[in-house]
Write a protein that binds this ligand. Structure first.
Ligand SMILES: NC(=O)c1ccc[n+]([C@@H]2O[C@H](COP(=O)([O-])OP(=O)(O)OC[C@H]3O[C@@H](n4cnc5c(N)ncnc54)[C@H](O)[C@@H]3O)[C@@H](O)[C@H]2O)c1
Length: 278
């Protein structure tokens, strides 16, 4: 039973939450969080076996949650429409959308950072692929899901930003001792996240005088097996002196998806350990 939020404004009992990029590091946390507050889930991502295994995990953690999974490619308008239609067919509505799908260049141990070269050498195909998933994908996914929300005139859409959409990446933290060629967080990531904030504000304003609310959640560096050098470099740039844990955004996603944030739209909830306040 999901009782922790029962009877509070954070209660998601019976609400339908659609999550893109659901099997990602944070996507999975968002799914577990929404289920823990009582939501039913429709989850999309590129890999069906990862989706099925997440579905099993949610069934163990939150047995009252109804969970549907479907392969989703956010760069494909038909695929976006199809998962929105799945929500309608099963539940007749979408209460909240968490748009977590992204190409997010990672720097944890084992990541292939060879393509994260100097700005002047950034491959055009990486630029275009990122724009396609991170911006065009957000546009297509929002089109498909807002169309369903328009029928009820209410719902909450949550885009995922980054501290690097608000300030430029501090490239010093990507420099490793003894490394001949430095790697860089690519320009296109900042461009996409800044663009998503624009889409957040555009859509919030567009849905004026409705109860369709559009907000952004801005996480920052989540620890995921990073080496000590990187983790220390990153941590030194934050006020809290550490990277975040992946479960530290669970409360925020429940807040944004639920009635607890009912007077919030066009806003950006920044959870970055103080990175952008320094
Ligand atoms: N992890 C972090 O440190 C961090 C920090 C700040 C912001 N963010 C943002 O939070 C969000 C979630 O991050 P994450 O750590 O879970 O990222 P992740 O890379 O672990 O997961 C992203 C997911 O998106 C999916 N995806 C990629 N292309 C897709 C497509 N075309 N269609 C459908 N799904 C697709 C991937 O398969 C993956 O499961 C992202 O928008 C990311 O940019 C993450």
């Amino acid at each position: 039973m999901n009782q922790a939020y029962k009877g509070t404004p954070f209660d998601l009992t019976g609400r339908v939450v659609l999550i893109s990029g659901a099997t990602g590091l944070l996507g999975k946390e968002f799914a577990l969080a929404a289920a823990s507050a009582g939501a039913h889930l429709v989850m999309g991502d590129l890999n069906i076996s990862k989706l099925e295994s997440l579905k099993s995990e949610i069934a163990s953690a939150s047995p009252d949650t109804q969970t549907w999974v479907q392969v989703l490619d956010v760069t494909d308008a038909d695929s976006c429409r199809s998962i929105a239609q799945l929500c309608e067919a099963r539940f007749n509505r979408i209460d909240a959308v968490v748009h977590s799908a992204a190409i997010d260049p990672k720097f944890e141990q084992g990541s292939d950072t060879s393509r994260f070269s100097k700005f002047t050498e950034l491959p055009r195909e990486l630029w275009e692929a990122s724009l396609d998933v991170n911006l065009t994908g957000a546009f297509l996914f929002a089109q498909a899901t807002c169309k369903v929300m328009e029928k009820s005139g209410k719902g909450s859409v949550i885009f995922l930003g980054s501290n690097y959409g608000l300030v430029g990446p501090d490239q010093r933290i990507y420099k490793k001792a003894g490394q001949e060629h430095q790697t860089y967080k690519p320009a296109v990531y900042s461009v996409c996240k800044a663009g998503l904030l624009g889409l957040t504000k555009f859509l919030a304003a567009y849905y004026m005088n409705t109860s369709i609310r559009i907000n952004m959640l801005t996480p920052s560096g989540v620890w995921n097996q990073h080496d000590d050098e990187f983790a220390n470099n990153y941590s030194s740039r934050t006020i809290l002196g550490r990277m975040s844990e992946k479960n530290e955004y669970r409360g925020a996603i429940i807040f944004l998806a639920s009635d607890a944030s009912s007077y919030m739209t066009g806003a950006n909830l920044v959870i970055d350990g103080g990175w952008t306040a320094l």
